[in-house]
Write a protein that binds this ligand. Structure first.
Ligand code: SF4
Length: 241
């Protein structure tokens, strides 16, 4: 059984696969509490899942949680009437429901793209054989309220056996010491892992950072890593889900 917030078809707004059409399966619950969280309603379990019936039409139906795996797989696959790049397992933190993912993934009819906060390395090991692409966040202490370097290190080493990129959200509170630590951590796994720098989207009281700040961080990271890109959350510009 899975506790799901919502299922819908839209474009990926972040990271290396920006612009691709995906089905989003938003799992409820999260082990972190980031200052800039843009999905605060996903941090807790939900009584109902909102499930889109026609891809991209936002014709949501309320279905009571928890959802049996076979029913969940059938609702996701029924959105594949339009061609999709992949199915994004997102949250919340999807790895909080790793047991469900292990059962669900083999029933899905498109590649699996995992969006994760990069801390639950033991759960990643469980689902890894089913995952095709990993979008891993590194949560800086200034945003997460504490350091997760050891968890991120273990996660990175496992995740780098698959197609992987790392995403770092830059806020006004980001400092260059923690940024350097994150870049060094990625480099210690592999300098060719792509790094996406995402300026925080101004919401929930967060102020964004200047373009000059983003360029300075990109320059700093490019001294060590081979592929560093600055990409904001594009779906927010378009008013997409
Ligand atoms: S990990 Fe993601 S869902 Fe969890 S609190 Fe942070 S931003 Fe929100």
């Amino acid at each position: 059984m899975s506790n799901i917030v919502e299922i819908f078809s839209s474009i990926q707004g972040e990271g290396l696969y920006v612009g691709t059409r995906q089905i989003f399966v938003r799992f409820a619950g999260c082990n972190l509490s980031c200052a800039y969280c843009d999905t605060p309603d996903s941090r807790n379990l939900c009584k109902f899942a909102l499930v889109e019936r026609t891809p991209g039409k936002q014709d949501f139906e309320k279905i009571p949680n928890p959802l049996p795996i076979d029913h969940l797989a059938q609702m996701i696959n029924s959105l594949l009437t339009v061609k999709h790049h992949s199915i994004s397992l997102t949250g919340g933190e999807p790895l909080g429901q790793a047991d469900s993912i292990v059962k669900l993934a083999p029933k899905l009819h498109a590649p699996i793209y995992l969006e994760t906060n990069g801390t639950m390395f033991d759960k990643l090991a469980q689902v890894l054989p089913h995952i095709h692409i990993i979008s891993m966040d590194i949560k800086l202490p200034s945003a997460a309220g504490k350091a997760y370097w050891q968890e991120h290190d273990k996660f990175l080493r496992l995740a780098s056996t698959k197609e992987l990129f790392v995403k770092l959200v830059i806020t006004k509170q980001t400092n260059s010491d923690e940024f350097k630590q994150a870049v060094d951590l990625i480099a210690s796994a592999n300098t060719s892992i792509p790094l996406i720098l995402q300026p925080v989207t101004p919401c929930n009281g967060c102020e964004t950072v200047t373009p000059a700040t983003m360029l300075a961080y990109q320059e700093q990271a490019l001294e060590i890593l081979e592929n560093v890109r600055v990409i904001p959350q594009t779906h927010k510009f378009m008013g997409q889900l």
